[in-house]
Design a binder for this molecule. Structure first.
Ligand code: SF4
Length: 327
């Protein structure tokens, strides 16, 4: 391939119209103080985009973010800064999220400095030590002057958590925070998130592809598929009385006998979700073992299975109609 050919290929690629992707569509979520809400779905479901949209790390075409009952005006710099202090994020990869050239004290203190919140070196050090301790790094002074490469994966993720805690947030988006960690240290990080929720009243959006992890730590679970919430409710209810066929398919691969003992396992078939090609009607219909004519034409909306449990599936109405006709 000549240089000229490469250039024309590149030009073609750059001028090509990219398909419009509606990664998150019509999602309405409320997360309460002192609550962990897990957002569960396969890759391509839009869960990470939703986490970023809530923090305004990506632009939202339509919709708004309400924080402590007030709509956040992201055109207003002061308001945006206040929101950013109170809403933090923990990323998946503790190996990439920490600057390898900085000492732990500088990494954790950075949000304080960016926001002009410390005046003296003593105050800075004290606040970093408190955040490290809150993140379970004890004794904190033994971590201050070390570099990320001197720490284990679990310790690095705790440093990332400390830098999320240092501004005393009210809400944290934790995006797959244990998926890059060794299985043996995952439980410690999950336990820490639950402790922080309880001791500080923190609200978490816990993003994961692993339904069993979600069940372990959350108060409520929301199941996402191709940008929409398919089912939402209290953790135990979603796991033990799953209503949506997609949730049921995710449960079928969960290694928990207590949940799967009485279930007839079905392997989810069909293509993985593709946000550039969303099927008409129910977006899950090409993979749904229960799909019927209506599913291919009409998109189901979330409806109550019981007061705290919602699912978006035409089967709910079908079942209710059948029950009525039997009465
Ligand atoms: Fe399956 Fe139809 Fe329910 Fe969609 S609406 S999940 S296709 S049964």
């Amino acid at each position: 391939v000549t240089f000229v050919e490469k250039q024309s290929f590149l030009k073609e690629l750059l001028t090509k119209e990219m398909p419009l992707v509606r990664a998150v569509d019509g999602v309405d979520l409320t997360i309460k103080k002192g609550e962990i809400l897990s957002l569960v779905g396969e890759s391509g479901s839009g869960k990470t985009t939703l986490g970023k949209a809530i923090l305004h790390l990506v632009d939202i075409a339509e919709g708004e973010i309400l924080f402590q009952n007030q709509a956040v005006n992201f055109k207003h710099k002061k308001e945006t800064r206040r929101f950013r202090q109170k809403a933090q994020v923990i990323f998946q990869d503790p190996y990439q999220s920490l600057n390898p050239r900085n000492l732990i004290i500088d990494i954790v203190a950075e949000p304080l400095e960016v926001n002009g919140l410390v005046k003296t070196e003593a105050e800075r050090k004290e606040r970093v030590m408190k955040a490290l301790q809150d993140a379970g790094l004890d004794p904190p002074e033994s971590y201050l002057y070390r570099y990320p490469y001197e720490l284990s994966g679990g310790q690095r993720q705790r440093v990332a958590i400390a830098s999320a805690l240092i501004l005393d947030p009210a809400f944290i988006v934790a995006d797959e925070p244990v998926s890059m960690l060794d299985v043996s240290i995952r439980a410690g990080i999950l336990k820490l998130l639950v402790e922080l929720k309880e001791s500080k009243g923190l609200a978490f959006l816990f993003i994961t592809h692993d339904l069993s992890l979600a069940w372990l730590i959350s108060d409520r679970i929301a199941i996402m598929y191709l940008g929409k919430i398919m089912e939402i409710g209290e953790s135990d209810t979603v796991i033990k009385q799953a209503e949506h066929p997609y949730t049921q398919a995710l449960l079928d691969v969960m290694p928990i006998p207590e949940v799967n003992r009485h279930r007839q396992r079905k392997v989810l078939s069909g293509e993985s979700p593709n946000p550039t090609n969303i099927p008409a009607g129910c977006r899950f219909h090409p993979r749904c073992p229960h799909a019927f004519d209506r599913c291919r034409e009409e998109e189901p909306v979330l409806q109550a299975v019981n007061p705290h449990h919602l699912a978006a599936c035409h089967l709910i109405e079908k079942k209710k109609t059948q029950e009525k006709s039997h009465d």
